[in-house]
Design a protein around this ligand. Structure first.
Ligand code: FPP
Length: 239
């Protein structure tokens, strides 16, 4: 393990990009990339625990991903199912609280049921919160929040930033401090568009399956080096 960096993000969010290209460059089918990416998620979860990250949010399936070939969509659904089936014991034993963010109702009923059970089973764990963004879109999340605010009959002058945050899938959680995107892309891609207002962004050309401990550490060092001022003068950890 590397020495503990001076500052560790309380909430880390990751866009795990580049699985397909990782596979392609090895002459393998894309799903092999997703398999390797899933392995890597296990490694990064362990690192988060070791370094003291308290919330990890991963972008596993976006609302736009439905447009991929049906076989790939089916494979990604199966990954979610397999992760729950095979990893839940271990995650639970390691104090991980699993949360889902996104439109659960868009998934097949048996998968919805599995996710609900896993969330319920781990709800009292407090070592690390793992938010799995699956069938998630940031704008969709905000539209969903506004609809529910209207349905709840909240008067317009009571709608403020705090209230809106409360209606998001991440209700009650601190906003992300650092967002990592792998594979060299420099886009937000509809990920946590509300919550990331003050987040630091870090991009690396490394494909997700190759994002190892050295890469992880480099990202934390870059984060440590940044001055976060929230539009003020002094550096601060949270607004
Ligand atoms: C992006 O690579 C990756 C995804 C769309 C899926 C990522 C999913 C996992 C790593 C497993 C997730 C784990 C759970 C809990 C479900 P890409 O296919 O866009 O790569 P490319 O840009 O090179 O084509």
């Amino acid at each position: 393990m590397h020495p503990q960096p001076e500052r560790v993000p309380y909430h880390l969010a990751i866009i795990m990009d580049g699985n397909g290209r990782w596979a392609q460059e090895r002459g393998k089918p894309r799903h092999e990339g997703h398999r390797a990416g899933t392995e890597n998620l296990r490694r990064v979860l362990r690192l988060c625990s070791q370094y003291g990250v308290k919330i990890l949010t991963i972008f596993a399936f976006s609302t736009e991903n439905w447009g991929r070939p049906p076989s790939e969509v089916a494979f990604l659904m199966r990954i979610l199912e397999t992760v729950i089936d095979r990893e839940m014991e271990d995650l639970h034993a390691n104090g991980v609280q699993l949360r889902h963010i996104g439109r659960l109702e868009g998934l097949q009923p048996h998968l919805q049921q599995k996710v609900r059970q896993a969330v319920e089973r781990t709800r009292n764990n407090d070592r690390l919160i793992l938010n799995v963004a699956f069938n998630y879109g940031g704008r969709d999340e905000i539209v969903n929040a506004v609809r529910r605010i209207i349905t709840d009959g909240i008067p317009p002058d009571e709608v403020d930033e705090e209230l809106l945050s409360y209606y998001l899938f991440t209700a009650g959680q601190a906003d992300p401090d650092l967002i990592i995107r792998t594979s060299g892309e420099m886009r937000v891609s509809n990920f946590l568009v509300w919550q990331a207002a003050y987040a630091e962004y870090y991009a690396t050309p490394t494909y997700w399956p190759d994002f190892d401990e050295n890469e992880f550490y480099r990202a934390l060092q870059a984060y440590t080096a940044r001055q976060r001022r929230f539009g003020l003068v002094e550096a601060a950890d949270h607004p």
